[in-house]
Design a protein around this ligand. Structure first.
Ligand code: ZN
Length: 398
């Protein structure tokens, strides 16, 4: 296990380990693990390798072990000829993160977070979440045999609550200002010996690098022009971009794709700042969107996403609920059922193509962040054809 530094993404201050609230002590912005310069892919049979076996050289500061793996990563990259044509671009791929053990990309960051907790000697882990991350941390906590505290907001729907509870964490509904829970949980965690793996803490963000690694391998190292990421707290897009940076450092690819963050217009604090030319987000008032999984009115990595996109040349897009639902149905037309938040990526491709931003030879990857089965209430918003018939008349309708 190598020593490492955490570097402030804003002022460049350097730290030997995590700070109390996982942010810079000087400017309160997110910290990032220093870049890996010389990683290599560990060749092997991916049917018997875990992602952390294969990409272990990009995680030299973790005590890697397969003990807590439940098969995260190695998700499909699906090419769609029909959607490529209808969007009028060069090629369109879907990175289907719903194939992860708890049906979302979160598992990649949870496993690296749990490993860090174990390295530090913690016996307890925790998270603050309303859905995907809560399920993921509960599952990995169970696998690792660690006491797991999951804090959710009081209004959480049963459809989301029970799939967390099945893993038997200490599941606590908190009545109060949910936006204060992020900092409060990290503070309490320090007092009570619980390692909180919240949305954009450095060791969670590190896990998302593997999405970029896999995309590179799946495209035979021909980097796509754009990667489109549904964006809430900002951890996912940060991790993916860092993954491309580290593969470029390693000489495995020659450039980094332009990153596109997509938000729902019903909760778009990062988009609003980007659109106004500001480098700091403001709290989004009265959020309301079908894409609950990316409904974060004050994303903790919001400012860093803006800084990263400026350096990367990427942009932020927002799409409305109507566009999201349409895209969800269109994604299903090629066999992929993503939750509404996941469909924002395809909605963004359509918008950017119609605006002439995406061109006819562009190669684009959409990140499908999580499964549609996570939020079946959205199905009520669709016109779905269902035929009912008496058995004796079945012949007539088939
Ligand atoms: Zn700083």
């Amino acid at each position: 296990m190598k020593d490492f530094h955490l570097i402030c993404t804003n002022c460049g201050a350097v730290y030997e380990g995590e700070t109390e609230n996982s942010k810079c002590k000087i400017c309160n912005e997110p910290l990032e693990l220093e870049e890996i310069r010389d990683g290599k892919i560990v060749q092997g049979n991916i049917l018997s390798q875990s992602i952390l076996n294969r990409y272990g050289e990009f995680y030299p500061y973790l005590q890697l072990s397969d003990e807590i793996s439940i098969g995260e990563g190695f998700t499909s990259l699906v090419y769609s000829e029909t959607l490529t044509e209808s969007c009028g671009i060069g090629s369109l791929y879907f990175k289907n993160e719903s194939e992860n053990p708890t049906w979302s990309f979160k598992d990649r960051g949870t496993i690296t977070g749990v490993m860090r907790a174990k390295d530090l000697g913690y016996k307890k882990i925790g998270t603050v979440s309303t859905g995907n991350m809560a399920t993921s941390v509960a599952a990995y906590g169970a696998m690792a045999g660690m006491e797991t505290v999951v804090l959710v907001k009081k209004e959480i729907a049963d459809e989301k609550l029970k799939p967390i509870a099945i893993y038997n964490p200490k599941l606590i509904k908190v009545d109060g200002d949910y936006s204060k829970l992020y900092d409060e949980s990290l503070k309490l965690g320090n007092e009570k010996g619980i390692y909180f793996i919240n949305s954009d803490v450095p060791f969670r963000v590190e896990g998302y690098k593997t999405i970029a690694f896999e995309i590179c391998e799946q495209l035979n190292f021909n980097v796509p022009d754009y990667v489109i990421v549904p964006t809430s707290a900002g951890g996912d897009i940060r991790g993916i971009e860092k993954g491309f940076r580290e593969f470029r450092n390693a000489g495995l690819i020659d450039r980094i794709p332009k990153m596109i963050a997509v938000q729902s217009s019903g909760c778009s604090p990062i988009y609003k700042a980007f659109d106004d030319g500001r480098m700091e987000i403001e709290r989004f008032q009265n959020p309301n969107t079908i894409a609950h999984a990316i409904e974060n009115p004050y994303p903790p990595s919001g400012n860093q996403v803006l800084r990263m996109l400026k350096r990367n040349g990427g942009i932020v897009v927002s799409v409305g609920d109507d566009e999201i639902l349409k895209a969800q149905k269109e994604m299903a037309s090629i066999g992929i059922f993503g939750q509404p938040a996941s469909a924002t990526s395809l909605a963004a491709v359509k918008k950017l193509s119609s605006q002439g931003y995406l061109k006819e030879d562009d190669r684009v990857v959409c990140i499908v962040t999580a499964s549609g089965l996570k939020y079946t209430a959205a199905l009520d918003k669709h016109d779905l054809d269902i035929i009912e018939v008496k058995l004796e008349n079945l012949k007539e309708v088939i």
